[in-house]
Ligand binder design. Structure first.
Ligand code: ISC
Length: 483
């Protein structure tokens, strides 16, 4: 992909912008196919979530990511190009789509800022095929956004990706791009809450949920005793109904304030359904060839006092069962990275990751990226880890299908971005919910539904009551943000 030495403030200089687009047009003539021109420019400080609120439309694909503790947020709005696919080779197809797009892409503007240059936003479902006819998300969605707005530690960048073909009217395009950028920069810099009075919501949790979950745990423990399984992560879902639509931006705004140590995320399917969450788990990040993967498994509540909190932490760190549950995840990640010829490195004992309502055993694993391994090859190798599936993986996935009566959709699956230089960040979509902000569901007496998901790792020695209590604790992260 050639990098063009254009000025860094292309939107200020229409002649230069026109010239870059013209190069794209000429390239599309020579290559005989449309080209993408990607323009990056620094803008005044704004909140990407406020831009999402101001310009995104419900019928557009959208993704939002934020790590408040690192002062990092990014919004991707509408798709210039998109691939929706499924099957066992979905990661491979996604990789090919990205490569083909980059072969026909001309980047311009300021490429030296964090998040400048084209980024591809990806969401994968837990399973590689649709679980139900009306599944809200395809097994893989990869898109190059029309507009990408990011803010990293006070430095904000806008990236516009436009498709050009020999017929494109460049003057009109320049006009349209500059107008849209003006709209983005003018908008409110802070999220304005739409609902002054919180809508009344009814929590609907089938009473059978608890019993069904506990009997699944007992049955899974039987499979563990029979040596068919060593670990399985079983999840539960609850439905929250509301007479008013759920507001995506309000929910994200609440989540980022309540869970600054988590990755706040949302992925919208362009049909009024949004998958949102506050996940503590990073599947992988690659920055300048440095890979980081989280092994996260083993949980305890937070204490009400520092003494109680310390006691919970001590129990967690010294529990043989929690350490075993955690070790399965480490072993899997190390094995999968080693299979790719990488050399994983980590500290010998887990650390504690303390979140607002729960604490976990956490082992960050590092490796140096070697050769030309694509980030999605590593994602394919890592998903699903035993933090969300089990050991052995295939058997655990089969059993999950048998025990869980709901569609996992994006729950516990990789969600993230890959950039044009091979950097990436993927989180695991846990502590999450599917919210409906467009059409009320007839099935629920025309109310709007939010489905919340959380799971727990089951190993020999697990207690069904304790695992159910852990799930309730995890569900609180989302429940409090929606109510
Ligand atoms: C599967 C979930 O959590 C995983 C991540 C951290 C701790 C876990 C545990 O202790 O069971 C789970 O493996 C979830 O929150 O839905």
């Amino acid at each position: 992909m050639p990098v063009t030495p254009y000025r860094t403030n292309l939107f200020q200089d229409r002649k230069e912008l026109h010239q870059l687009l013209l190069t794209g047009k000429q390239q599309s003539l020579v290559k005989g196919c449309p080209q993408i021109v990607s323009i990056s420019e620094e803008i005044e400080v704004l909140d990407p979530l406020a831009v999402l609120q101001a310009i995104a439309k419900p019928d557009q694909l959208q993704v939002y990511f934020e790590k408040a503790s690192q002062r990092e947020a990014i919004a991707a709005i509408d798709a210039t190009l998109c691939l929706k696919t499924e099957g066992t080779n979905r990661f491979q197809k996604a990789q090919e789509f990205i490569q083909t797009t980059l072969d026909n892409l001309l980047p311009g503007g300021n490429l030296n800022l964090p998040f400048s240059g084209p980024h591809f936003f990806c969401s994968f479902t837990f399973f590689d095929k649709k679980q139900a006819v009306h599944s809200p998300f395809p097994a893989a969605t990869i898109f190059l956004p029309r507009w990408q707005i990011s803010c990293v530690q006070g430095s904000c960048v806008v990236v516009a990706n436009v498709e050009i073909n020999p017929q494109t009217n460049l003057q009109l395009l320049v006009e349209r791009l500059c107008n849209q950028l003006r709209r983005i920069s003018w908008y409110e810099r802070r999220v304005s809450n739409v609902f002054e009075i919180a809508p009344h919501k009814i929590i609907k949790q089938a009473p059978k949920n608890a019993e069904r979950f506990k009997s699944s745990v007992l049955s899974a423990l039987e499979s563990i005793r029979a040596n068919q399984l060593r670990k399985i992560v079983l999840a539960s879902a609850i439905d929250v109904l509301s007479p008013k639509p759920f507001n995506l931006v309000d929910s994200l705004d609440t989540l980022r304030k309540r869970h600054p140590d988590c990755y706040i995320f949302s992925s919208s399917n362009g049909k009024g359904q949004n998958f949102i969450g506050a996940s503590p788990e990073r599947l992988i990040s690659i920055r300048q060839h440095q890979i980081e993967v989280d092994a996260l498994a083993g949980s305890a509540p937070r204490g009400k006092t520092s003494t109680e909190d310390g006691a919970f932490a001590y129990q967690l760190l010294s529990s043989e069962k929690e350490r075993r549950e955690h070790q399965f995840v480490i072993n899997f990640i190390v094995e999968q990275l080693s299979d790719l010829g990488l050399i994983p490195q980590m500290l010998p004992t887990p650390q504690l990751l303390k979140l607002s309502n729960i604490q976990h055993l956490w082992t960050p694993i590092q490796a140096q990226l070697l050769g030309d391994i694509h980030p999605l090859e590593i994602v394919a190798q890592l998903h699903p880890t035993p933090a969300v599936a089990g050991v052995p993986t295939k058997m655990a996935q089969e059993q999950i299908r048998r025990y869980e009566t709901f569609d996992r959709t994006l729950y516990a699956a990789p969600l993230g971005w890959v950039d044009y230089q091979g950097n990436c960040e993927f989180i695991v979509g846990i502590r999450s919910a599917l919210i409906e902000s467009e059409k009320p569901a007839r099935l629920f007496a025309n109310a709007y539904r939010a489905r919340l998901y959380a799971g727990a790792g089951i190993v020999a020695g697990s207690d069904p009551n304790k695992e159910f209590a852990e799930i309730q604790l995890k569900l609180q992260a989302l429940l409090k943000a929606l109510l």
